[in-house]
Design a protein around this ligand. Structure first.
Ligand code: 5RP
Length: 226
């Protein structure tokens, strides 16, 4: 099975956790896009969704799912999202899609976080994938210097638009630093330390509030790691 097949398998496995007439938290990314496609098939069963990005909101709305503000939804029973890296202890690096802050907020407001991933995302030590850090734009250079002091190599995330390199702007109007070279053996400590740097909105370590369940799609089937 190819990687998209594995992503679909993990996404489809998350459907069994949906309870009727509830509001579902929906993450961001290519694996979640498969989940949204599956969710649309059973949309009559759910009340609404709370989304972690404008991109996911668009897909949900286009499919006829009501998208609610988190402020109006209260505590969510379930949040489903992907990861860039995940450990067997269910700590993650997220934010490859620049949605880390809203993802962290919706995850924090949910009782159960289900991480859906293909087996390429499972690692023993987090940090091969550069750690995304969302920064207030005026603090970019200061935060980058502080991250260097922690042993990282921050890189300002840019992308080409009409032949010109431009900073990636998050849904919150901020910028992303991708921090290379961190070997994160204590994810809770690193998450806490980076969040203390003035100008950091949040970082892509999800360790203080990791996932509750990992649905890991492998060539031998979807494994459930709790
Ligand atoms: C977006 C995220 C995604 O969950 C993460 O990047 C994984 O994406 P994909 O499913 O496309 O590999 O954190 O901010």
């Amino acid at each position: 099975m190819d990687q998209n097949g594995l992503k679909l398998a993990a996404a489809a496995a998350a459907l069994q956790y949906i309870e009727d007439d509830t509001i579902i938290g929906v993450g961001t990314g290519s694996t979640v896009n498969f989940f949204i496609a599956e969710l649309l098939k059973v949309k009559h069963r759910i009340k609404a969704a709370v989304s972690s990005s404008e991109a996911s909101s668009k897909l949900l709305l286009a499919g006829g799912v009501e998208v609610m503000e988190l402020n109006d939804a209260g505590t969510l029973s379930l949040y489903v999202d992907g990861a860039d890296e995940v450990t067997a202890n269910l700590a993650m690096i997220k934010g490859g899609g620049a949605a880390l802050t809203r993802e962290k907020i919706v995850a924090a407001a949910s009782k159960i976080f289900i991480c859906i991933a293909d087996e390429s995302k499972l690692v023993q030590v987090l940090g091969t994938f550069p750690l995304p850090v969302e920064v207030i734009p005026m603090a970019r250079s200061f935060v980058a210097r502080e991250l260097v002091k922690l042993g990282g190599h921050p890189e300002w995330r840019v992308r080409e638009i009409d032949g010109v390199m431009k900073p990636v702007v998050t849904d919150n109007g901020n910028w992303i630093l991708d921090v290379h070279g961190l070997k994160i053996t204590d994810p809770v400590a690193v998450e806490t330390i980076i969040n203390q740097i003035t100008g950091v909105l949040t970082n892509g370590l999800f360790a203080r509030r990791g996932a509750n369940i990992l649905l890991l799609a492998t060539s031998d089937g979807v494994k459930t790691i709790v």
